[in-house]
Design a protein around this ligand. Structure first.
Ligand SMILES: Nc1ncnc2c1ncn2[C@@H]1O[C@H](COP(=O)(O)OP(=O)(O)O)[C@@H](O)[C@H]1O
Ligand SMILES: [Mg+2]
Length: 239
């Protein structure tokens, strides 16, 4: 009996010691967390802050739409499109998102080479994705290109309007040299998004089928869920 009491005291003591060592380590880690502002990038409407945190570079974007940014990334991944790893954070009093900083990537807008077959496939997916999520702010400066295309900046999703608002001409130029001419010839016609996309060279295989259940797993807001499920049928979307 005595031996059992001793043993249980010993176990308790060991547990307390280990627990305190972990606590001390975590406290040390916290105080060691060094955050240094490296530079800022001014855009038309915002400032992006590049921080070094424990030897890694991150981009902080002040935003009141962090939820949209995170949701768009999840939906993009469901679509099979690459995004930046993004977390909602508060720095000082400022809400926003923290992303991995892609130091050596090129923006699609500055990329002079021809896109390869795989990159072209990814570009088509991105165009469909933006029509689906009503993103009126996709242009070639909101896409990085290394081997793959990586999209970011989803402040302006779920906007009202016909599909033509979400089809950006500079994106299309990379897809097809005559993209602008084709779109301009179609502008005053009453067409569906599918009819327009087929004229631009999209085939039936490009239109991705996503399961309602998979969207439900990601989207908690009922209105947005309804919108996304109804817009899955591209034939119903007016250009
Ligand atoms: N994670 C990042 N890594 C590298 N550069 C970035 C990153 N996020 C933003 N940038 C740079 O900042 C610019 C603006 O960022 P963006 O999110 O598009 O903000 P805005 O809503 O003001 O357009 C981008 O075009 C890019 O040059
Ligand atoms: Mg942008």
């Amino acid at each position: 009996m005595r031996a059992i009491v001793h043993l249980s005291l010993l176990v308790k003591f060991k547990y307390l010691v280990i627990n305190n060592i972990i606590k001390l380590y975590l406290r040390k880690l916290k105080t060691n967390l060094r955050m240094k502002l490296i530079k800022t990038i001014k855009t038309v409407s915002n400032i992006i802050y590049i921080y070094e945190i424990n030897n890694n570079l991150f981009a902080f974007k002040p935003s009141k739409n962090s939820e949209k940014e995170i949701l768009a990334n999840k939906l993009a991944n469901l679509f099979g499109i690459k995004t930046l790893e993004t977390k909602p954070v508060k720095i000082g009093n400022c809400d926003g998102i923290l992303m991995n900083y892609l130091e050596n990537s090129t923006l699609l807008t500055n990329y002079k080479n021809k896109l390869n077959k795989n990159q072209m496939k990814q570009l088509k997916k991105i165009i469909l994705f933006d029509i689906w999520i009503c993103n009126k702010d996709r242009h070639t400066a909101n896409v990085f290109i290394n081997n793959d295309l990586i999209i970011f900046d989803h402040d302006n999703i779920f906007q009202d309007g016909d599909a033509r608002k979400f089809i950006k001409l500079d994106m299309g130029r990379k897809l097809n040299k005559n993209y602008v001419d084709i779109i301009e010839n179609l502008l005053d016609k009453d067409l569906t998004a599918v009819q327009v996309l087929k004229k631009l060279g999209f085939t039936h295989d490009d239109f991705i089928k996503i399961k309602d259940e998979d969207i439900k797993d990601i989207v908690k807001d009922n209105e947005i869920l309804k919108l996304l499920i109804s817009r899955k049928v591209f034939d119903n979307i007016k250009f």
